[in-house]
Design a protein around this ligand. Structure first.
Ligand code: CA
Length: 193
């Protein structure tokens, strides 16, 4: 019985240690691999496959792109979010033939104020950007990336957009920890007797 208690409590602790936070990506088709309608494309923008104008996908076969010779393309999707802490991350990459620097504006409805991301890396190089924010209440907002430069000849690429919620311990896992520790205590006390 002692061993059983010990094993049970050990299993409970190990389960907690290895379960980790869920951290599921809340963005649909974040890598532009499925082309399943998760994203809305407006103006000069879309999904491209393989290497286009010197830029290949950051992951998989595809990436989102902003078009050529005319600004105003945008890539967006609407998301329903629960109150909590989040990290938004994404990759931007310059495409060949573009100007030295390209700006993409990120807007996210009432969640965060619009932010400009200036891409200064050479064509063909992806850079990851991330942004942490907190939501005080449940919100529905449109996550949108817009290309705003007027003078570029090739818009940049966008890939691997992820939005993850930071997990906080819930009463159930905490109770499980208590059970595990109690089990260890019980096992040790029985062994000493
Ligand atoms: Ca991809």
């Amino acid at each position: 019985m002692t061993n059983f208690v010990k094993l049970t409590s050990l299993a409970a602790l190990l389960a907690l240690a290895f379960a980790g936070p869920a951290n599921a990506n809340l963005v649909g088709d974040g890598g532009f691999e499925l082309d399943d309608g998760s994203w809305s494309f407006a103006g000069p923008s879309g999904i491209t496959t393989g290497v286009a104008f010197g830029l290949g996908p950051n992951s998989g076969n595809n990436y989102g792109f902003f078009g050529s010779n005319s600004p105003g393309g945008s890539i967006s999707q609407s998301l329903s979010l629960l109150a909590g802490d989040y990290t938004l991350a994404f990759y931007l990459g310059q495409r060949g033939g573009g100007s030295a620097n390209t700006t993409v504006t990120l807007s996210f409805g009432p969640v965060i104020a619009p932010l400009d991301y200036l891409i200064t890396t050479p064509s063909g190089v992806w850079t990851q950007y991330s942004y942490d924010f907190s939501l005080a209440s449940d919100t529905t907002a449109t996550l949108s990336f817009s290309e705003v430069n007027a003078s570029i000849s090739r818009g940049p690429g966008l890939d691997d957009v992820s939005l993850t919620m930071h997990q906080v311990p819930t009463p159930a896992p905490l109770a499980l920890i208590g059970l595990g520790l109690a089990g260890f205590g019980l096992a040790n006390r029985r062994r000493r007797v």
